[in-house]
Design a protein around this ligand. Structure first.
Ligand SMILES: Nc1ncnc2c1ncn2[C@@H]1O[C@H](COP(=O)(O)OP(=O)(O)O)[C@@H](O)[C@H]1O
Ligand SMILES: [Mg+2]
Length: 505
C-alpha cells in the first residue's frame, strides 16, 4: 500500500539523482559542480541550508567547501551547525536523521542546537572505501519533521555518487599537476644548453637543427651509434611548434616485418590470425606530433611503400582496412648506414630516400671532435647524482688525458657509461686513471695506424701478448711497459683468457 504522495516523492528523488549525475558529467569546474549539486539536494529535500565538508588530506580536519541556502546563494554562517551531529556521523560512519533535535534525547546538552535553534537535521558521510573523506549536512532551523526516511536513502545514494566524482576530480587534478611538472622537466632536458659541443663540425650540425625547428620538413640524421641522433630528434620536437603533441620513437632495425608494420600502422580486427581487436598504429597516435624512425635503413620494401604514402599524401591505412586516414606527423629518421649506398645497391627506394632527407644532419663521431671530450666529461659529472653524493668534481690530469686519447667506438653513449663506471670505482673525490675501465686505458697512447684486415681489438691483443712475451711473463713489468696499471693488465688478460687465448705463465 503506497499512498500517492510518497510515490511522488520517490519519483522526485530519482529524477534529482538523475539530474545530479548529468551535472557531474557535464561541469568541469569542481567548485561550481559542488554548488550546483548542493542546490539540487536542498530543493529536493526541502532543506533550508546545505553544507559539504571535505578533508584536503587524509590526516587533516574537515573544512567546509560549499555552504548554500534555499535561494541558491553562498552563505557564510558555516560555523552555526550541529557539532553533535557531525561528531556522531564521524564516529559511527552512518547517516544521522533527526526530525526534531530540540526534543531528541541524542542532542541533550548540545550547545549548537540550542544556540542556533536547529530543528530538522540530516547528515551523511562521504566514503571512499571505508574511509570518511567528507560529510554532507542539511538542516532546517524553523520546522521540525522535514526530512523522511526517503530523504535519508536519497542522500546516501547521492553521497556515494559524490564521493566517487570528488575522488576522480582530485585524481585528475593531481595527474594534471604531475603531467605539467613532467612536461617541464622533459622540455628542460632537451633544451639546447643540455646539448654539449663546441667543435666546428658539431656546431655546423646544431645550426642546421635550429633552422629546421619551426617547419615540419622531414629530417634525416646520420651518425654512428651513440653520437646523439635520438637526442637531436627529441630536441627538434621539444623546441618546435609541435612540442605540446606527442613524440614517439620506433626502432626499425632487426624487427620482423609484420610486427613493425602492425606497430606503425595498426590493424583492423580479424585482418589476420591473432588480430582479435582493432589496434591503433603509432602513426595515428602521434598525429600532430613528431615520429622518430630509428635505423630506417633496415625497413622492408612493403613498409617503405607505406611510409612513402605517409610522407607524400599524409595518408595511411591500417592493415586489413580499405579506407585511408589522414595523419599530420613530422618524420625524423635516423640511420648509421650509408643510405645513399643502400639506394645505389637497390635495397632502399630512391623516391623514399629523397622524401626522407629533405634536410640531412650529419653527427660527427666523438673521435672527430676531441675538443668536446672535456666538456662532455664535465657535463656528465655535473649531472650525476652519484657524483654529487660522493662529492666527485674532477678527474686527475692523467685520467683526463686517457679520456681524450681514447678512440670512443661507442661515442657519447660510451663516454657517459665510462663516467658512470668511474664514479662508482673512485675511492676519493677525484677520478684517477685506475678508476677508468680497461678499454679506455689501453688506448692511452694514440691508436696505432690501421693495418688492413686487423681489428682494433685484435691489434690490442697482439700488442699485449707480445709485450708479455718480451717481459718473460712478468706482469708488473709488462704493465709498466704498456703504460697501464697492473689492474688494467689483469683485466685485459682475463678478457683474453675468456676469448680462448692460451696464456704463457
Ligand atoms: N651532444 C650531447 N650532449 C650531451 N649528451 C649527449 C650528446 N649527444 C648524445 N648525448 C647522450 O648520449 C647518449 C646517446 O645518445 P643517443 O641520442 O641515444 O645516440 P644515438 O641515437 O645516435 O645512438 C644519450 O644518453 C644522450 O643523452
Ligand atoms: Mg639510438
Amino acid at each position: 500500500m503506497t499512498d500517492p504522495e510518497t510515490k511522488n516523492a520517490d519519483r522526485k528523488e530519482i529524477l534529482a539523482l538523475y539530474d545530479i549525475s548529468q551535472i557531474i558529467n557535464s561541469i568541469p569546474d569542481f567548485e561550481e559542480l559542488l554548488s550546483k549539486v548542493m542546490d539540487l539536494v536542498i530543493s529536493t529535500t526541502r532543506a533550508e541550508r546545505g553544507f559539504l565538508m571535505l578533508r584536503d588530506f587524509p590526516q587533516e580536519e574537515m573544512s567546509v567547501k560549499v555552504a548554500r541556502n534555499l535561494e541558491q546563494q553562498d552563505i557564510d554562517n558555516s560555523g552555526e551547525i550541529s557539532q553533535t551531529t557531525l561528531n556522531q556521523v564521524m564516529e559511527t560512519g552512518e547517516p544521522l536523521l533527526t526530525s526534531d533535535a530540540k526534543t531528541d534525547p541524542r542532542f541533550t546538552g548540545s550547545e549548537s542546537v540550542m544556540l542556533y535553534n536547529i530543528r530538522s537535521v540530516l547528515c551523511t558521510p562521504l566514503k571512499k572505501q571505508n574511509q570518511i573523506i567528507g560529510l554532507i549536512y542539511i538542516d532546517c532551523l524553523t520546522t521540525s519533521n522535514v526530512f523522511t526516511e526517503d530523504d535519508r536513502a536519497f542522500l546516501a545514494a547521492f553521497a556515494n555518487m559524490a564521493a566517487i566524482s570528488i575522488e576522480n576530480a582530485r585524481l585528475q587534478a593531481r595527474l594534471q599537476q604531475e603531467n605539467l611538472i613532467l612536461k617541464k622537466e622533459i622540455r628542460h632536458q632537451y633544451q639546447f644548453d643540455n646539448i654539449i659541443g663546441r667543435s666546428a663540425k658539431f656546431m655546423a650540425a646544431l645550426s642546421l637543427v635550429e633552422r629546421v625547428l619551426d617547419s615540419s620538413v622531414p629530417v634525416l640524421i646520420q651518425g654512428e651509434s651513440g653520437t646523439g641522433k635520438e637526442l637531436i630528434a627529441r630536441a627538434i620536437h621539444y623546441n618546435g611548434p609541435r612540442r605540446e603533441a606527442m613524440f614517439l620513437a620506433q626502432y626499425c632495425g632487426a624487427l620482423p616485418e609484420t610486427l613493425l608494420e602492425s606497430e606503425l600502422f595498426g590493424y583492423k580486427k580479424g585482418s589476420f590470425t591473432g588480430a582479435t581487436a582493432n589496434k591503433i598504429g603509432l602513426f595515428e597516435e602521434a598525429d600532430k606530433g613528431t615520429f622518430f624512425l630509428d635505423e630506417i635503413g633496415d625497413i622492408s620494401p612493403t613498409i617503405q611503400a607505406k611510409l612513402l604514402r605517409v610522407l607524400q599524401d599524409g595518408e595511411m591505412r591500417r592493415i586489413g582496412e580499405n579506407k585511408s586516414i589522414k595523419v599530420d606527423i613530422r618524420i625524423i629518421s635516423a640511420t648509421n648506414k650509408n643510405l645513399k649506398q643502400e639506394v645505389a645497391e637497390g635495397r632502399f627506394r630512391e623516391d623514399l630516400y629523397y622524401r626522407l632527407n629533405v634536410v640531412t644532419i650529419d653527427l660527427p663521431p666523438l673521435r672527430d671532435r676531441r675538443d668536446d671530450i672535456p666538456l662532455l666529461v664535465r657535463h656528465f659529472l655535473d649531472h650525476s647524482p652519484q657524483a654529487a653524493a660522493k662529492k666527485i668534481r674532477e678527474l686527475t690530469r692523467e685520467a683526463q688525458e686517457a679520456m681524450s686519447a681514447y678512440h670512443w667506438p661507442g661515442n657519447i653513449r660510451e663516454l657517459e657509461n665510462v663516467i658512470s663506471y668511474a664514479i662508482v670505482m673512485a675511492k676519493g673525490n677525484i677520478i684517477g686513471i685506475d678508476d677508468l675501465p680497461g678499454p679506455v686505458l689501453s688506448h692511452k697512447t694514440e691508436a696505432p695506424p690501421l693495418i688492413p684486415g686487423k681489428s682494433m681489438h685484435q691489434m690490442e691483443l697482439d700488442y699485449i701478448l707480445s709485450t708479455l712475451k718480451a717481459c718473460q711473463g712478468d706482469r708488473k713489468r709488462t704493465a709498466s711497459q704498456l703504460g697501464i696499471s697492473l689492474r688494467t693488465l689483469q683485466y685485459k688478460l682475463k678478457e683474453l683468457k675468456q676469448e680462448g687465448h692460451a696464456l704463457e705463465k
